[in-house]
Write a protein that binds this ligand. Structure first.
Ligand SMILES: [Zn+2]
Ligand SMILES: [Zn+2]
Length: 147
């Protein structure tokens, strides 16, 4: 993560009239550094040592603020905890079925799927989400041992 990205994100918060508290700054910094698309709980666990008074609810509130001004995307998975992505440009995800890690990858956006869906169903398409599943490099050896 570059300092530039953090400064840019902080600038965006300031422009939106959001107060930059030390906790908010730390959550943002953690998000920008994390490549795993953390859950609110991951962020809470990583920062609780530094901010003993912080609760998971505080982390959630901060994430909600970030989401509302477009700094992060929330990826929901049914009943499981949401994951947060600070890369708001178009990209796809590959998800490790063993550890749950989510990694970004770039592929030309499947715009034709959207227009086809629109034509076939008459929906007004807003976006699409595609996820590829597999086993990450860190989890691969363990899986081989189990077999
Ligand atoms: Zn894994
Ligand atoms: Zn992502």
């Amino acid at each position: 993560m570059s300092d530039h990205m953090l400064q840019e994100a902080i600038g965006k918060l300031k422009d939106s009239g959001v107060r930059i508290t030390p906790q908010r700054h730390a959550v943002l910094e953690f998000l920008l550094n994390a490549e795993i698309h953390p859950t609110a709980d991951d962020i809470y666990k990583a920062l609780e040592g530094k901010f003993p008074n912080m609760s998971v609810a505080t982390v959630y509130n901060n994430l909600r603020v970030f989401r509302e001004i477009g700094l992060v995307r929330e990826l929901t998975y049914g009943d499981a905890s949401s994951r947060f992505d600070c890369n708001t440009s178009k990209h796809y995800h590959i998800i490790c079925e063993t550890c749950g890690k989510i990694v970004d990858f770039h592929y030309p956006s499947l715009d034709e799927v959207e227009s086809l869906a629109e034509q076939i169903t008459g929906f007004e398409v807003t976006h699409h989400r595609m996820e590829v599943y597999g086993v990450c490099n860190a989890c691969k050896p363990q899986k081989q041992k189990m077999i």
